[in-house]
Design a protein around this ligand. Structure first.
Ligand SMILES: Nc1ncnc2c1ncn2[C@@H]1O[C@H](COP(=O)(O)OP(=O)(O)O)[C@@H](O)[C@H]1O
Ligand SMILES: [Mg+2]
Length: 385
C-alpha cells in the first residue's frame, strides 16, 4: 500500500523568494501512475523533490499511507527516484551499479544477488551485467537507472523526465518498458514530464500544472475532452485547441461574429445568461474542423477565413487559416486537401465540438452534462456523509 497525499503543499525558495509550488492538492492512489504535466518551470521537479524528501516543504502536509512525512528524511521514506540525468557510477559494472543501493542498506549477498538477477532479467540487462556504463547505449544506461530503483522494491517510484535524453525511437521503447513495469509491479508511480504524449499514454491520471498550481487533475482523455480552462485546453493537443473571441447572443444560443458562428447546445440557458452581450472565448479542436459542409439539417458551426499555409504531413494535412480578427486557426484534415494559399474557406465543426471559456478567467463554462455530474456527486456525498 502506498497512498501519497499532498495537502496545500507550498514551496518558497528563500524568505521572500519566488513561490515555486503554490498550494498543490493532489492524492495519488495506491498503485496509481500519476503524471505531473506542465511547461518548464511550472514546479513539477520541485513537487517531486518534496515528495522524495530532497527539498523541504514550506507549508502544507505530505503524508504517505496516512502518516505525516514532512520531516521524515529521504532515506526513511521508502521512495526511489529516477532522474533525467541518471548518474551511474562509471567505475562500477552494471551489476555493481544495481547492487550498490542494497549493499549500502546492508542487504545479505544472497538477497542482493537474487534481486539483481531478477531485475536484470526483466529489463533485458542480463547479458550486460559485467559491463561498465561507458560501454552501454543511452537506452541501456537508462534501464540500469530504472533497475537501480526497482531492486529496492520501494513503495513509491518517482520519475523526473527520465526519457528526455533519449532519441525518439528509444523513448517510445523505454516508455512502454516503464508502463509494463508499472503493470507488473503495481507500485505507486509519480512521473514528471513536459511531454503531453508521454502523459497521455502513460498516466492513469494526469495532474496538469501551471505556474506552481494545479490546473486540472483527471484521466488522460478526461483532461483532453473536458479541459477545465484555456491553459489545459491549449497544453494538451497538438496543434493546440483553436480559440476565437466572440460575443454571446443568448436568445439564439449562438456565439457569433463576422468570422464565427457557433451553436451552443451543451450549455443551459442559466449558464449562458450571465454572459449575454459579453465577450466569450470559443474553442474548437483542430481535428473537429472540416472543409465539408455537414448534411442538411445538422446544426453545425462555421469559421470563415483565408488559408495562409498548407502543411502536408503524410497521414494528414494541416491547414492554417487566418480569420478577419487576425486569429489564426489550424484544421487537421485528411491528407488530400482541396485548398490553396490565399483561398477563402469555410471550416465547419459539429455542435458538440464547441468549448466555451470565460474570456477573462480562462475557466471553462460547465456544460449541462458537467453540471449534472457535479450536482450528482454533491448529493451523493451528502447522502453518505
Ligand atoms: N533551488 C532553487 N532555488 C530557487 N529557485 C528555484 C530552485 N529550483 C527551482 N527554482 C524555481 O522554481 C520554479 C519551478 O522549478 P521546477 O520545479 O524545476 O520546474 P519544472 O520541473 O516544472 O521545470 C522555477 O521558477 C525555478 O526557477
Ligand atoms: Mg523539472
Amino acid at each position: 500500500m502506498a497512498i501519497v497525499e499532498l495537502d496545500k503543499i507550498v514551496k518558497q525558495y528563500g524568505i521572500g523568494g519566488p513561490i515555486a509550488v503554490d498550494k498543490v492538492d493532489v492524492t495519488i492512489g495506491d498503485g496509481e501512475f500519476m503524471v505531473l504535466l506542465g511547461p518548464s518551470g511550472c514546479g513539477k521537479s520541485t513537487t517531486l523533490r518534496m515528495i522524495a524528501g530532497l527539498e523541504t516543504i514550506s507549508s502544507g502536509t505530505l503524508s504517505i499511507d496516512g502518516r505525516l512525512v514532512n520531516d521524515v528524511p529521504a532515506k526513511d521514506r521508502d521512495i526511489a527516484m529516477v532522474f533525467q540525468s541518471y548518474a551511474l557510477y562509471p567505475h562500477m559494472s552494471v551489476a555493481e551499479n544495481l547492487a550498490f543501493g542494497l549493499r549500502r542498506r546492508k542487504f545479505s549477498s544472497a538477497e542482493i544477488d537474487s534481486r539483481v538477477t531478477a531485475v536484470a532479467d526483466i529489463l533485458g540487462l542480463s547479458h550486460l551485467l559485467a559491463r561498465r556504463p561507458a560501454a552501454l547505449s543511452g537506452g541501456q544506461r537508462q534501464r540500469v537507472a530504472l533497475g537501480r530503483a526497482m531492486v529496492r522494491e520501494p513503495r513509491v517510484f518517482l520519475f523526473d523526465e527520465p526519457l528526455s535524453n533519449l532519441d525518439a525511437a528509444l523513448r517510445v521503447n523505454t516508455r512502454s518498458e516503464i508502463i509494463k513495469q508499472h503493470n507488473r509491479l503495481g507500485s505507486t508511480m509519480i512521473y514528471v514530464t513536459h511531454d503531453q504524449v508521454e502523459a497521455m499514454t502513460m498516466g492513469t491520471r494526469i495532474c496538469v500544472m501551471n505556474a506552481g498550481r494545479v490546473a486540472q487533475i483527471g484521466a488522460p482523455l478526461e483532461v483532453y475532452w473536458k479541459p477545465a480552462n484555456i491553459f489545459v485546453a491549449r497544453f494538451l493537443g497538438s496543434p493546440p485547441m483553436n480559440l476565437v473571441t466572440a460575443t454571446l447572443s443568448t436568445d439564439a444560443r449562438r456565439a457569433q461574429n463576422a468570422e464565427l458562428d457557433a451553436p451552443l447546445e451543451r450549455w443551459s440557458n442559466a449558464a449562458l445568461s450571465s454572459y449575454a452581450g459579453r465577450k466569450i472565448t470559443v474553442g474548437v479542436r483542430a481535428e473537429d474542423l472540416s472543409l465539408h459542409r455537414p448534411e442538411q439539417g445538422a446544426d453545425a458551426g462555421v469559421m470563415r477565413g483565408r488559408v495562409v499555409a498548407v502543411e502536408p504531413l503524410g497521414a494528414e494535412t494541416l491547414l492554417l487559416v487566418t480569420l478577419q480578427s487576425g486569429a489564426e486557426v489550424t484544421a487537421r484534415l485528411p491528407r488530400q486537401v482541396a485548398a490553396v494559399i490565399d483561398a477563402d474557406v469555410e471550416l465547419f465543426f459539429p455542435k458538440d465540438a464547441v468549448y466555451l471559456f470565460d474570456a477573462e478567467s480562462g475557466d471553462a463554462l460547465p456544460t449541462v452534462e458537467e453540471t449534472n455530474r457535479i450536482v450528482g456527486a454533491a448529493l451523493q456525498r451528502r447522502a453518505h456523509g
